[in-house]
Ligand binder design. Structure first.
Ligand SMILES: [Zn+2]
Length: 452
């Protein structure tokens, strides 16, 4: 990875006086003493009047610019010469013509590139305007034709459901760890995976898929690929821990550490043909990027990777919080490991060690269906809470986000206490919202769960 980062040395005045092309980026670093060398984007104004739309970039001084358009997705790309500055604008209204304006990687480093993502590629005029308060580059978009076809934007093609891939650790010729009375880890992990899958599938808007549903072998590195094939939004790998002494017990939750992620990432960059395979989501952007230079690809990959890692962290913390309620934790904080199953660049991935199979008490517990259900429920609740806060765009849950209530269908054996705990509200709140006089619930009864 060493060659990919541009080392910037602190510019000295002598360097700044040299107007060598390759040193312009250093000149821009001397903005105080040499401000004449580069303009800065100091503001962005986006308006959607009754017809058309307008974006204007405010500049510290007049600069040359060039522009071009791209399709799928529709974009207008503007390069401002010798300018610096970044912007990030997102439309609040889904119907706005200008959906997003972001900074991108320019062709030459002394320029700035801005990408306007638009719902439709209508005609536009781009002009330089000097006003009393400064210099502007204005882009005016014409009114789209009323008969224009409806544009479906990026995410709408995805599944309505949030897809969770559950990976039962080991299998087939690989039994995993073996407990003191001969319990195979591969059997425990599959049993929990199936119980967990049932839980997810009973919830509208969530769907769980298994990487394996029987006793056969899949290599650890193949598992993220299966999750990707199934278009998973999250991968949870289930394992049971073991130690050479019977004493240690408790659960732990793991995510990838930076070292492994970076190694995988470096390999990914070297192997361009695998980029599309590994980056289902970011792929569209990469193959259709305005210029196919490595730094642009790297930026997108970087962003994907960072977002994935952040999501893995967030989701693990929700799971830990719930697991603490039903089992002792061997580690109370999220743990990091270099594990092949966690290396997906674009799918948040978590490994849950449900307990120590080498500990006689936990081995006994893990063989007990009710105990496994408790663990599955905790993982389910943690994941649900995470996705309630971070629903992927285009899913049913992302549309529920703004409604005030959720409907809950009572499952066999569910109590008010259990439901209240799951949604983090009081029993009284549920009773009030549903006009319940008694605590007794009927299976399949629909409850309104008040939110916020
Ligand atoms: Zn294992």
């Amino acid at each position: 990875m060493s060659s990919h980062h541009l080392e910037l040395t602190k510019p000295s005045h002598q360097v700044c006086r040299l107007s060598i092309r390759s040193l312009v980026i250093l000149l821009c670093g001397c903005v105080i003493s040499f401000s004449a060398f580069c303009a800065e984007v100091i503001g962005l104004d986006v308006t959607h009047p009754n017809s058309g739309a307008q974006a204007s970039f405010k500049l510290s001084e007049k600069s040359k610019f060039s522009h071009f358009t791209l399709e799928k997705p529709n974009r207008v790309v503007i390069d401002i010469k010798g300018a610096k500055g970044t912007v990030n604008y997102r439309a609040k209204d889904r119907d706005d013509l200008i959906q997003r304006i972001r900074s991108s990687t320019p062709k030459t480093q002394q320029d700035s590139r801005f990408v306007l993502e638009v719902a439709e590629l209508v005609d536009y005029k781009i002009t330089h305007v000097t006003q009393s308060d400064g210099s502007y580059i204005q882009i005016k978009f014409d009114d789209p034709q009323p008969s224009a076809p409806i544009i479906t934007r990026g995410q709408t093609q995805r599944d309505d459901d949030i897809v969770i891939a559950i990976d039962a650790g080991h299998g087939g010729r690989d039994p995993g760890s073996i407990g003191p009375t001969g319990t195979y880890e591969k059997r425990i992990t599959l049993a929990i995976a199936k119980q967990l899958q049932k839980r997810f599938n009973a919830e509208p808007g969530l769907r769980a898929v298994l990487t394996r549903d029987g006793d056969y072998y899949i290599s650890p590195s193949k598992r993220p690929l299966i999750a990707r094939e199934k278009k998973a939004d999250l991968l949870i790998s289930i394992h049971a821990d073991a130690f050479h002494s019977p004493k240690p017990r408790g659960a732990s939750v793991w995510t990838i550490n930076n070292g492994r992620a970076q190694t995988e990432f470096a390999r990914l960059l070297e192997n361009k043909s695998r980029q599309s395979e590994l980056l289902a989501g970011a792929n569209t952007v990469i193959t259709q990027s305005e210029d196919d230079n490595a730094s642009f690809v790297r930026t997108i990959l970087d962003m994907t990777k960072d977002a994935t890692r952040k999501s893995s962290y967030d989701a693990s913390d929700y799971i830990i919080k719930e697991m603490k309620k039903v089992t002792k934790m061997h580690k109370k904080e999220r743990q990091y490991a270099s594990l092949a199953v966690l290396t997906a660049q674009d799918i948040p991935s978590i490994l849950v060690e449900v307990g120590f199979i080498s500990n006689p008490t936990e081995e006994k517990n893990l063989n007990w269906s009710k105990y496994r259900q408790r663990l599955a429920d905790a993982i389910f609740t943690g994941v649900s809470k995470y996705f309630k806060i971070y629903p992927p765009d285009g899913t049913l849950w992302s549309r529920l986000e703004n409604t005030s209530n959720i409907q809950h269908v009572v499952k066999p054996g569910e109590s008010l206490f259990k439901i209240a705990r799951r949604y983090d509200i009081s029993i009284e709140q549920i009773k009030q919202a549903n006009n319940l006089k008694r605590d007794l619930l009927k299976t399949n009864q629909t409850l309104i769960i008040p939110r916020g």
